[in-house]
Design a protein around this ligand. Structure first.
Ligand SMILES: Nc1ncnc2c1ncn2[C@@H]1O[C@H](COP(=O)(O)OP(=O)(O)O)[C@@H](O)[C@H]1O
Ligand SMILES: Nc1nc2c(ncn2[C@H]2C[C@H](O)[C@@H](COP(=O)(O)O)O2)c(=O)[nH]1
Length: 213
């Protein structure tokens, strides 16, 4: 029985994942699973020297998300309670394939699959697609000090990596439904109608899934 969905919001850095996931959790009165950012001890160091800090950072994100999703499975999914997260676990591979090299990348891949292959995967992904200009604007607006010197080539590459990742999930996880949101045009922060449309589309999709279960 799969009547209550696990929803994940995804998109490159600054696309609006946390904002949208928080708004939807509130609107739908469902729990929000949020990734750890400010408390991450390696993020600032990583942006100063990616080669030096990438393995520690990727492992930190992986272990945190593993624990969160393990708990989410036990607390919510096993009990058929809907839940929304501001990430998909696959995000770890999107980043690590760019930031790690050689033996570290090979080892990380193995650990990633060992830890995550049997974790609960989202039924629905809301993918916010946004271009470099939009992301840079939002990263600036968010004012996290360590992100302000981010290499635009790194962010530009991540945009392409996200596109590839969503296409790969669509093929390899056909039971996952992906709703793509145009993050350049849709302003769910300032425009109430835009947000209402996203929420209504999502509720309709959930309703359809229940009907077909
Ligand atoms: N659709 C949007 N329109 C305008 N501003 C947005 C939009 N989505 C997010 N923002 C703003 O952009 C910044 C980054 O959003 P955030 O949700 O933290 O992104 P992410 O979690 O994807 O990194 C925040 O300051 C947020 O208020
Ligand atoms: N190298 C990695 N960086 C990551 C990962 N997950 C998040 N991040 C970075 C990107 C942002 O600076 C910050 C918050 O992420 P948002 O996408 O929520 O803005 O953390 C990762 O797995 N690897």
């Amino acid at each position: 029985m799969k009547q209550t969905p696990f929803i994940a919001v995804e998109g490159a850095i600054g696309a609006g994942k946390t904002t949208l996931a928080t708004m939807l959790a509130q609107e739908m009165n469902i729990p929000l699973i949020k990734e750890i950012v400010e408390e991450n001890p390696f993020l600032g160091k990583f942006y100063e020297n990616i080669d030096e800090w990438s393995f520690q950072l990727e492992m930190f994100f992986l272990c945190n998300r593993y624990k969160q999703l393990e708990d989410t499975g036990l607390q919510y999914i096993a009990n058929h309670k809907p839940v929304i997260s501001d990430y998909h676990i696959y995000k770890n591979l999107i980043f690590s394939e760019r930031t790690l090299k050689g033996v570290q990348r090979d080892k990380y891949r193995q650990i990633y699959h060992l830890l995550t292959d049997d974790l609960p995967k989202p039924d629905i992904i809301l993918y916010i697609r946004a271009d470099l200009e939009t992301l840079l604007y939002r990263i600036k607006k968010r004012e996290r000090v360590f992100e302000q010197s981010m290499d635009t080539a790194y962010l530009g590459q991540l945009i392409l990596d996200y596109e590839e990742a969503m296409a790969s999930i669509a093929i390899n996880e056909p039971s996952t439904q992906i709703i793509t949101i145009d993050g350049n045009l849709i302003d769910f922060v300032e425009n109430k109608e835009h947000f209402a449309q996203i929420a209504s589309d999502l509720k309709e999709l959930i309703h359809e899934r229940i009907q077909h279960t």
